[in-house]
Design a protein around this ligand. Structure first.
Ligand SMILES: [Zn+2]
Length: 239
């Protein structure tokens, strides 16, 4: 039996078998943050989730896009729709606390913005039954993003900012957010990814650039590959 298992290990392409659920944060009725130029977060999330899906499919992962039709109102449906996948990634774009927002006029409309914070953040919940694996994947994605030149936003851990989400892995921009509903209710390893701060005028422009979206997506796929391969390797060794 052991020989068979080893042979299977040698032949298996772990990456090919894994399945990733990609959740498009928010929905038409409550589209999340409104960007500095008035674009709803849901639209940013959908664009990026599609790029992440394409990047993962190019590496032969099976993918599941959740909430892409903009009608998934009930939060509890999202982790349920991810059941059976190997990893759940919820895709979002970030804002800042109300008190940091100023107003400006863009295209004749008054909009809220803050150029004070920028960068990506990743969140995991220790209430998730497989949070350590989610954590390894969040760290690997953060590391891949940094490799590609993206910077973690650090303000979620800052008590002065009112956020106070402690670091799980400061270097790679990963925070604990134990009450995070979708990660808490997911039965599989889960993480939430805030790709960038879209109330920041410059970062909004970057996040709207397809080229940048593809670079972020490639980094997410790099991170997924790194953490799942490592896990697969560990599992094989234990058998
Ligand atoms: Zn969001």
């Amino acid at each position: 039996m052991r020989r068979v298992a080893l042979l299977l290990c040698a032949l298996a392409q772990p990456a090919a078998a894994a399945s990733i659920a990609i959740d498009v944060g928010h929905y038409f009725g409550e589209p999340g943050v409104i960007s500095a130029r008035g674009r709803p977060e849901f639209e940013f999330n959908l664009d990026l989730a599609r790029e992440i899906e394409a990047a993962l499919q190019a590496r032969r992962y099976a993918t599941r896009l959740i909430g892409a039709d903009g009608n998934m109102k009930d939060l509890w449906r999202r982790p349920r729709a991810a059941n059976g996948a190997d990893l759940f990634i919820s895709v979002h774009h970030d804002s800042v606390r109300e008190r940091y927002l100023s107003t400006w006029t863009h295209d004749g409309a008054e909009r809220r913005y803050s150029d004070r914070f920028a960068g990506f953040s990743l969140f995991v919940s220790r209430a998730n039954p497989d949070w350590k694996k989610g954590m390894r994947c969040a760290s690997a994605i953060g590391a891949a993003l940094r490799n590609a030149g993206f910077k973690p936003s650090l303000y979620h851990a800052d008590p002065v900012s009112g956020e106070n989400r402690p670091f799980a892995d400061k270097d790679n921009g990963v925070h604990y957010f134990d009450n995070l509903a979708i990660a808490r209710h997911a039965k599989i390893p889960a993480l939430l990814f805030e790709a960038g701060v879209v109330v920041n005028r410059e970062e909004e422009t970057r996040m709207s650039d397809k080229n940048v979206q593809q670079r972020i997506a490639a980094s997410v796929a790099d991170g997924v590959e790194a953490c799942l391969k490592k896990d697969e390797g560990g599992r094989m060794k234990d058998e």
